[in-house]
Unconditional design. Structure first.
Length: 720
């Protein structure tokens, strides 16, 4: 939704001008000064002529910020116009929240009164931007002067221009005096002194230009007046009477690069022991760090590491009753050993966890923690703060449900109960505790089951003191709820990718993610599997299906993740035909994984992550474009970044070889029509000579699911 028209009135003008009764009209000539005063009192501003409206990007009329990562551009457009034929000037103003002064850039007119400019965000935090427009007297004079032909008219027009130029010089001097009064730190003083010297020099040039216009001979006036460089100087220093500024100021939430681009790997620390049957520890997990880092992952995500409840603990395969020795679900948080700021005793100590964080950091890995705001029946919260739960008449708490799933081992928290403020502060403290240990990435479990206002508050509080914190929303729910969570501050969001399989579904969904207005705030993170979700194709497609889903997730989205080692070892046995749950799910028992299995997909994962890191085109989402094919089993799409372009052609059929013709949008790729060019398959190393838009491909799923083709750098063609 665009920002509303931005003219700021002393008070809202009436929807229609006041209508006078006939008797009043007859007397109006007797009291004209009062009539003029009443117009001003009513809020009419006859001197305001410029209009600024439809500023984009803008989320819900400025209610929420757009999102960017450090180093990205914000391209701003607005409709700016005025009555009549006078020229308009428009500037884009922007600043970081910690900057006192606004920076500004001139906006370029695109046609049809649409204007554009772009700025780069170079620091994390909140930035603000606005558009200002005004009737440009100097620009109007300059254009009109260029059309004049009569010498007499030229002399009068030249004197008018000289007055405007002198006024610009006077305004420059006044601004310089005001700036001197505002001088602050020594560094700013030195900068202002340099700017002052530039202003003095430019002011001298303006004075000389005005003088030449007044004294110049008629035959030289046009040559003197039509100097675009001097015009730019004068317009830059001229006052902006009756300028109109868009309102409200729009915001950009700027995060670090990892919010925009990264590969996630999920593992259960308790399954990292070298010996089968033994409960793993953080010290055991240390031995997995090289394995994860060598595959090229950026984030190691750990499910909850807290004590697991004893009461109503789940057994293997989600059995309602646990047997002796069953370890339970990590999402059933809390026991006599502690709650959300405690560590499961069998995993180790807080010092062991900090050692794991540091060891991961040395390998270029960040550890993300799961934040699940719920409690096992024996969580310390239940006794200490019964008011944080909803009690039924029989003295019990209704356990959590997400039909058809039931979680008898989990009590939901009452976020709007009688002591909601105490609960909120406690949960804010949980985030701050783990941030204090060095964690800066959180995967939040089921945020759609908690109040929106809580997330808006708690994320803002965290970002205020730790703006480098990243939040991933695990919300497989209705679209509007997912989008609301993204608007409220979640850095990334899980997606429906897990259930999008054919060409039309993938094309429609990822076009929406990459090209719709929602891209301004919704960053997708694509997962082919999770501990909760073994999707249908993975159950039956075997190695080709796992390879296919890996390529799609890693190249359609800049952020993706896998639940491993179940993924690379192609775990695909469902608990039953009607369930997405794994048989012998790691959620409920210890698993022992053979990372050295010769059929592991680890080499393919490593190769794809290397390709992602080496190609900037795959490190963002917005350049995604789909290209036509004559075979529905072939999906063709590209991404570009500057001179780097990558084209993917994927065989969606994991059983049979598929072939066909792809028809490329050459303009989108920066390639000339009918020219020959070489494409390099980054998966296999093969090179092919293609020509023009239409080219033939053939993909055997047994050999590989896709071509990932590096394109030649554009030559003389602008990439869209």
């Amino acid at each position: 939704m665009a920002a509303e028209e931005s003219t700021v009135w002393p008070k809202a003008p009436p929807s229609n001008p006041p209508v006078q009764e006939a008797s009043e009209r007859r007397k109006s000539h007797l009291r004209r000064p009062a009539a003029r005063a009443s117009l001003a009192d009513a809020g009419w501003a006859g001197h305001v002529r410029a209009v600024v409206e439809n500023v984009q990007p803008c989320v819900d009329a400025g209610r929420f910020p757009i999102k960017r990562a450090v180093g990205e551009q914000v391209t701003v457009e607005a409709d700016c116009f005025a009555d009549g034929h006078d020229h308009l000037s428009c500037v884009l103003q922007y600043r970081h929240e910690n900057d006192a002064a606004w920076s500004e850039l001139p906006m370029l007119e695109l046609g049809n009164d649409r204007w554009r400019a772009a700025f780069t965000v170079d620091r994390i935090g909140v930035w603000r931007y606005a558009v200002t427009a005004w009737v440009d007297a100097l620009g109007s004079w300059y254009a009109e002067f260029a059309r004049r032909a009569e010498d007499a008219d030229l002399a009068v027009a030249a004197r008018m221009g000289a007055d405007l130029i002198d006024a610009a010089a006077d305004n420059s001097a006044a601004e310089q005096r005001a700036q001197k009064r505002r001088r602050g730190e020594e560094q700013d003083r030195r900068r202002e002194e340099e700017l002052g010297r530039v202003r003095d020099e430019e002011r001298g040039r303006m004075r000389a230009w005005a003088k030449a216009l007044r004294q110049g001979s008629a035959d030289r006036l046009k040559a003197i007046a039509l100097n675009p460089k001097l015009l730019d100087i004068a317009r830059r220093h001229a006052a902006r009477p009756n300028a109109v500024r868009s309102a409200p100021d729009l915001r950009v939430s700027v995060e670090r690069e990892r919010a925009r681009f990264g590969a996630w790997y999920e593992l259960f620390p308790r399954s990292t022991a070298a010996e089968a049957g033994r409960h793993g520890t953080f010290r055991d997990t240390l031995g997995w760090l090289d394995y994860v880092a060598d595959m090229g992952f950026d984030v190691l995500y750990l499910p909850p590491i807290h004590p697991i409840g004893e009461q109503h603990r789940k057994g293997r395969n989600n059995a309602v009753q646990a047997a002796t020795g069953d370890v339970g679900s990590p999402w059933g948080i809390g026991s006599a050993a502690g709650g959300h700021t405690a560590i499961h005793p069998e995993l180790g100590t807080l010092e062991d966890f900090r050692r794991l964080l540091e060891a991961a950091r040395r390998r270029g890995l960040e550890i993300a923690l799961d934040m699940a705001f719920q409690a096992a029946p024996d969580h310390p919260f239940v006794k200490a703060h019964p008011e944080w739960f909803r009690w039924r008449p029989d003295g019990t708490v209704q356990y959590a449900e997400n039909p058809p799933k039931k979680y008898q081992d989990i009590y939901p928290l009452s976020f709007d109960g009688p002591d909601w403020h105490g609960l909120w502060q406690e949960l804010l403290g949980v985030f701050r505790f783990w941030i204090g240990q060095g964690v800066r990435i959180f995967r939040v479990d089921n945020p759609h089951t908690k109040p929106f206002v809580f997330w808006e508050w708690v994320i803002a509080e965290i970002k205020r003191s730790h703006p480098d914190t990243i939040f991933l929303a695990e919300a497989f729910t209705r679209p509007r709820i997912m989008h609301r969570l993204a608007k409220l501050g979640f850095s990334q969001s899980y997606t429906y990718f897990t259930w999008r399989y054919n060409r039309r579904e993938l094309t429609d969904y990822f076009t929406e993610l990459a090209q719709s207005p929602a891209r301004e705030y919704f960053r997708p993170n694509c997962w082919p599997n999770t501990p909760d979700i073994l999707s249908g194709p993975l159950r039956h497609g075997g190695r080709p299906e796992f390879s296919l889903r890996l390529v799609l997730a890693a190249t359609l989205a800049a952020n993706y993740g896998i639940y491993g080692p179940a993924f690379e070892l192609m775990e695909n046995r469902p608990r039953d035909d009607a369930s997405e749950e794994y048989l012998n799910s790691e959620k409920y028992e210890l698993r022992h994984w053979d990372l050295q299995r010769p059929d592991s997909l680890a080499p393919l994962i490593t190769r794809i992550n290397h390709i992602r890191r080496a190609n900037p085109a795959l490190q963002s989402d917005w350049s995604l474009r789909f290209h036509a094919t004559d075979n529905d089993q072939l999906l063709c799409y590209s991404k570009t970044a500057g001179s780097n372009g990558v084209l993917m052609v994927v065989n969606l059929d994991t059983r049979f070889t598929q072939s066909g013709w792809v028809d490329l949008d050459l303009a989108a790729l920066g390639l000339a029509a009918d020219a020959a060019y070489e494409v390099h398959d980054l998966l296999t190393g093969a090179r092919y000579t293609w020509r023009g838009a239409r080219n033939f491909v053939r993909l055997d799923p047994r050999a590989g699911p896709a071509h990932i083709l590096q394109l030649p750098a554009p030559s003389g063609v602008t990439v869209r």
